[in-house]
Ligand binder design. Sequence first.
Ligand code: HEM
Ligand code: HEM
Length: 194
Amino acid sequence: MIDLKPRGAALRYSHAVLGLAVLHQLVGSEWMAKPWRFKDASAWQIQLFELHEWTGLAASLLLLVLLWSLWRRYGADSLGRFLPWLGGAGRGALGGELRGLLGGLPRLQAPDASQTRVLAAAVEGLGLLTLLFFAATGTAMWLLEDDLELMHEIGEVHEWGALPLKLYLAGHAGMALVHEWRGEGLLRRMFRGA
Ligand code: HEM
Ligand code: HEM
């Protein structure tokens, strides 16, 4: 067991604002104009794209702050914690939790958060990788705005992240709400640092 530092303001605020920014990106991208189709778009759709672009760049910086804060909290254990499937011990712990989860299914018994710590961190790791993917492809599009053809090609790759992102938010934020409803206080600890 490592002696964990409490969650500092940088971790809590970057996580909260990043969560809001990502929700904004998901919703706004449904209506925004694509730069390679600006001539068919209305003024407000173009403005929505500009908002997506600048919020996306800000979210990419917030992601770096979140990663740096997680590194400060977990140090050299960060990789094993968030990517447990990379090592044998992590895969074993993950398998054990998944078996416990499946075992509870026939009795419709959901485990409490302390029984799925490895799984929760593994899911968070996949969420961080998904956002890194959006940040990298989004920043590349911003840098290549003068070459619309190349930008369009990267845009198609950028879109691959949409389904993983929706699944991640449903799983991670959804379970956070379930645990909160059951009185485990995860939301309070994460957002208020209580
Ligand atoms: C972390 C940052 C970002 C996130 C989470 C994000 C998220 C998204 C999402 C969810 C979509 C919709 C995909 C779909 O419905 O299939 C999208 C589309 C798009 N985003 Fe981002 N985005 C980010 C950064 C950026 C940046 C910086 C730019 C700068 C140019 C950008 C440009 C675009 C474009 C052009 C599309 C349309 C792609 C297409 O239709 O081919 N994004 N983004
Ligand atoms: C895409 C956006 C998000 C990312 C990348 C993300 C990532 C993370 C990460 C890496 C952690 C672990 C923090 C730590 O170990 O100190 C975490 C914890 C947490 N997140 Fe998120 N998160 C996002 C959105 C959300 C949203 C929208 C909610 C709320 C509904 C939420 C609720 C929580 C809670 C309650 C915890 C604490 C879990 C615990 O104590 O075990 N997250 N998140």
